[in-house]
Ligand binder design. Structure first.
Ligand code: SAM
Length: 217
């Protein structure tokens, strides 16, 4: 077996210390996080920091999410491998790549065209060319590809995103940070006949979701 390279070693230690060492228990999620090369989704000058326990800056004043939050969101979706999912807020494309390890069909939507284009290229280079990258206001979802088994939102919503909820299949799951621009709580909503069954999960801090059902420009 060839010796493990430095980034693979850092990735394995990130999975053990930051994910398994906290509260991530879904083995599929842990395997997906161990498989996706996060260093390929950060800026060249940030490569050394790719496996730090932190969000990192990308272009357009945006961020690639902290590995723990990516894992937490993926775990909350409870994917088994056959699902169609929507990822709102493509950013670097990293979370979309992790979702591609976990679900059958992944759509990701980004409002900043340059970020979407760069993510599309990065995803293809990293072997995730099957991810469908869209440009637009993700607060409105993607009605032409709905309904989804799961929807992951990687930006802070000012309130519960009803339009996204309505694009879920019955028993489908929506994971979204809800709160002010300064701090949120991750909410996990399951679609049910009685309306959303919402579990309030960990406190978090994401960049704002900007759009028709998000924060203003
Ligand atoms: N999951 C991403 C990753 O792994 O790199 C990180 C996403 S970053 C924290 C949030 C992203 O959401 C930003 O790229 C931002 O431009 C995007 N965004 C904000 N509002 C949006 C909207 N209404 N529709 C689509 N994308 C939006």
């Amino acid at each position: 077996m060839p010796p493990e390279d430095e980034q693979t070693r850092r990735r394995r230690s990130m999975v053990e210390a930051q994910l398994r060492g906290r509260d991530i228990v879904d083995e599929r999620v842990l395997r997906a996080m161990a498989a996706v090369p996060r260093e390929e989704f950060v800026r060249e000058r940030e490569r050394r920091r790719a496996y730090e326990d932190a969000a990192l800056p990308i272009s357009g004043g945006q961020t690639i999410s902290q590995p723990y939050m990516v894992a937490r969101i993926c775990e909350a979706l409870q994917l088994t491998g056959n699902e169609r999912v929507l990822d709102v807020g493509t950013g670097s494309g990293y979370q979309a790549a992790v979702l591609a390890e976990l679900a059958a069909e992944v759509h990701t939507i980004e409002r900043i065209p340059e970020l979407a284009e760069a993510a599309r290229e990065r995803l293809a280079e990293a072997g995730y060319g099957r991810v469908h990258v869209h440009v637009g206001d993700g607060t409105l979802g993607l009605p032409e590809f709905a309904p989804f088994d799961g929807i992951a939102v990687a930006a802070a919503a000012p309130g519960f995103p009803q339009t996204l909820y309505e694009q879920l299949k019955p028993r489908g799951r929506l994971v979204v940070p809800v709160g002010s621009a300064r701090g949120q709580r991750l909410e996990v909503a399951v679609r049910s006949p009685e309306g959303p069954a919402v579990i309030h999960s960990v406190p978090c801090r994401f960049v704002p979701l900007v759009g028709a059902e998000g924060f203003g420009e």
